[in-house]
Design a protein around this ligand. Structure first.
Ligand SMILES: *Cc1c(COP(=O)(O)O)cnc(C)c1O
Length: 327
């Protein structure tokens, strides 16, 4: 009797993730109350949830098939992907090493706190771009190999074709829940989530909102869509919510966090989901999304990033209380 082969997907999350109406947020945006649905991929489970869980179920399966006992990946100091890689490793009994951009911050907060809690080994890469970070991580994999440890490099954001394919499946999961979906609005970082959704739903129904995580979002998403065997023609990717950069917290994003919180009790994050909602608000203003069109805001997680943000505490301290609007 032989052992069964390792699977293509390692179960780490809970499916399907819920969809919730958001009538007060819809009305505040200028949509009809029934137009807007939030898909809660923040509730996937595993160390605070988020879209990276779906991708890791595939990329970690590859690592296990190759006999890896350690995972190495990259990200920003407040990377949700790095935190979830640490959680996946903990769940599966694998070592995890994170090569993080920048220098060690003075305060251990947000995702970084969780990385340490989950047992990951951290390496600070200093000022490097994404390709530089990937090279350092590949070097770390090679060093581990020389020391006799089989380590797998999980790509930046989990976004190779294997990881991104998870969101083609998520697109089909969504279609079963919201058959008349006209727009899915999603924040874009490493690009795999939008690319997978496009492979599942077509370019016309997926509105990406760039966060400034990489210098080449259009090229990344386009390339991944092609790798998934789909057609990127007509890709919808807004570049207008980046502000002064990925790690900044621009005014429209601040407004979006307040709006979601005070209309629906829905908490977004300053880097990703706040930008997605700010992008949706802009799309309604310029007529790209219209009343009467079923619209899904994909909540991709990221809450620890709110608690790891340098600027959020001072901003929140200055917020005026709400008044309530029920007559
Ligand atoms: C990584 C991330 C995204 C973007 O997903 P990509 O596949 O990297 O483009 C969106 N939201 C959150 C909370 C994330 O952590």
């Amino acid at each position: 009797m032989s052992d069964s082969p390792p699977p293509d997907v390692v179960g780490l999350g809970s499916y399907p993730t819920p969809v919730e109406r958001a009538p007060r947020l819809a009305a505040a945006l200028g949509l009809e109350p029934d137009d807007l649905v939030v898909k809660r991929d923040d509730l996937l489970g595993l160390g605070a949830g988020g879209n990276k869980v779906r991708k890791l179920e595939r990329t970690v399966a590859v690592a296990l098939r190759r006999g890896a006992t350690s995972l190495v990946t990259t990200g920003a100091a407040q990377s949700n992907h790095a935190r979830l890689t640490a959680a996946a490793g903990a769940r599966l009994g694998l070592g995890v090493e994170l090569v993080l951009a920048g220098d060690e911050p003075p305060h251990v907060a947000g995702n970084l706190l969780l990385d340490r809690l989950l047992g990951a080994r951290l390496h600070w890469a200093g000022a490097v771009d994404t390709p530089g970070l990937e090279r350092l991580a590949a070097q770390r994999v090679a060093d581990l190999a020389s020391a006799g440890t089989v380590a797998e490099l999980i790509p930046y954001g989990g976004s190779n074709a294997v990881g991104a394919a998870a969101y083609a499946d998520a697109g089909r999961e969504l279609l079963a829940q919201v058959p008349d979906v006209a727009h899915v609005v999603v924040a874009v970082g490493s690009g795999g989530t939008q690319a997978g959704l496009v492979a599942g739903l077509g370019t016309g129904r997926v509105l990406g909102v760039d966060t400034g995580a990489t210098a080449d979002p259009v090229e990344r998403v386009t390339g991944l869509v092609r790798e998934l065997g789909a057609d990127p023609t007509g890709l919808r990717l807004r570049l207008d919510q980046v502000g002064q950069g990925y790690s900044t917290f621009p005014e429209p994003v601040r407004d979006a966090l307040v709006l979601a919180a005070r209309t629906e009790g829905l908490v977004l994050d300053p880097v990703y989901t706040g930008r997605a909602l700010a992008g949706l608000a802009a799309a309604v203003r310029d007529g790209d999304v219209r009343p009467g069109e079923r619209t899904v805001l994909l909540h991709t997680g990221g809450l620890p990033g709110l608690f790891g943000s340098a600027s959020a505490p001072g901003w929140a301290a200055g917020l005026a209380p709400g008044t309530g609007s029920r007559g």
